[in-house]
Design a binder for this molecule. Structure first.
Ligand code: SF4
Ligand code: MG
Length: 338
């Protein structure tokens, strides 16, 4: 049976003055209810763009989408804006990085949380207000009933982030996509917000996608991890597999940015030198080859001529020409010295 969310061979392209940007270039993944998928990569890796496409929030005027996005049996790439609007908020919801941009300064927090409940579920104003209080309480706003009529500027940054989560979850969506949900917050609040998402998932069986550049976030909260580079998935597996026995040289580089205290692995690497490739004219072969120090291990010009792919249907796998043996040996002996 198809998973709850199934993305197959997704391509997202933007027309720009300089040419066509291949922001997402053949991405496939699935997600079940009650599971959390972490999508990790630098900015420009396509992780946000792919998820905006899932929600139908891309700009249709300059964006072309091909491939398949199926949510609970319903195909979304060809769905009308009306259908998508109905699904957003009720069945799928997005939590953004910037709560100030997501909340309007002109309406009370309670009213903004109540709004989707009225719109999607046809609740009365009174019932929706009660629901807003309940949601504020659920996301850990103290004395929720006395704060429900506050405006966003009367809340602290952490409280606004919680209010935004309350707004996203008010209709019990089956899929929640959180894009860098904690980046703007201090470490303690970050941990509280992630715990909160996990609690809500345990209660309602929500499927969660967390988009982040921080493998530390992934270590703490996700079940599965997908690492993206240049619009493609270059490694995927369970969180244990990807963090403990990563197979792709790019993932080895990313692991260097894990905060030590939260990470189950200890990899003394500096951030990856070089810049992400152009998505208008991506390098031939492996998109990572201009930054990779291991092309010599593969031999010949293979890295710069032949694009490695993730084998169809494989569990833990990485798109790199190194053999499984080489990946294991190089990682354990050179990247992660004991
Ligand atoms: Fe590096 Fe080659 Fe593997 Fe790409 S395929 S990550 S260039 S070793
Ligand atoms: Mg982004």
């Amino acid at each position: 049976p198809a998973p709850f969310l199934s993305v197959r061979d997704l391509h997202v392209r933007f027309a720009t003055e300089d040419g066509t940007v291949k922001a997402v270039d053949g991405l496939s993944f699935g997600l079940e209810r009650g599971r959390t998928l972490g999508i990790v990569g630098e900015s420009g890796s396509g992780k946000s763009v792919a998820n905006l496409a899932v929600l139908g929030l891309h700009n249709p005027r300059n964006t072309t989408i091909s491939g398949e996005i199926i949510l609970d049996g319903q195909e979304l790439t060809r769905a009308s804006e009306r259908t998508l609007q109905k699904l957003r908020g009720r069945k799928m919801a997005m939590i953004f990085q910037d709560s100030l941009a997501a909340l309007s300064p002109y309406y009370t927090v309670g009213r903004q949380i109540a709004e989707p409940y009225i719109k999607h579920l046809g609740a009365s104003r009174k019932a929706a207000r009660e629901r807003a209080v309940e949601m504020l309480d659920k996301v850990g706003i103290p004395r929720a009933r006395t704060r429900v009529d506050d405006y966003p500027h009367q809340f602290s940054g952490g409280m606004r982030q919680r209010a935004m989560i309350a707004m996203a979850l008010v209709c019990d969506p089956a899929l929640v996509i959180a894009d860098e949900p904690t980046t703007a917050l201090d470490v303690t609040v970050q941990a509280q917000i992630l715990d909160l998402l996990k609690d809500l998932q345990r209660e309602t069986g929500t499927a969660i996608i967390i988009i982040t550049h921080d493998l530390g976030v992934v270590a703490n909260i996700t079940d599965d991890v997908m690492v993206m580079y240049a619009g493609r998935c270059i490694e995927r597996g369970t969180v244990g597999e990807v963090l403990k026995t990563p197979g792709h040289p790019y993932t080895w580089g990313l692991l260097g940015s894990i905060p030590r205290l939260t990470a189950p692995v200890d990899v003394p690497l500096s951030p990856i030198p070089g810049a992400p490739p152009s998505l208008i004219s991506p390098p031939p072969g492996c998109p990572f080859h201009p930054r990779c120090g291991l092309t010599g291990q593969v031999g010949g010009a293979r890295c710069s001529t032949e694009r490695p792919d993730i084998p169809e249907g494989a569990r833990h796998s990485s798109a790199c020409h190194l053999t499984p043996d080489q990946k294991r040996t190089i990682f354990t002996e050179q990247i992660q010295p004991r």
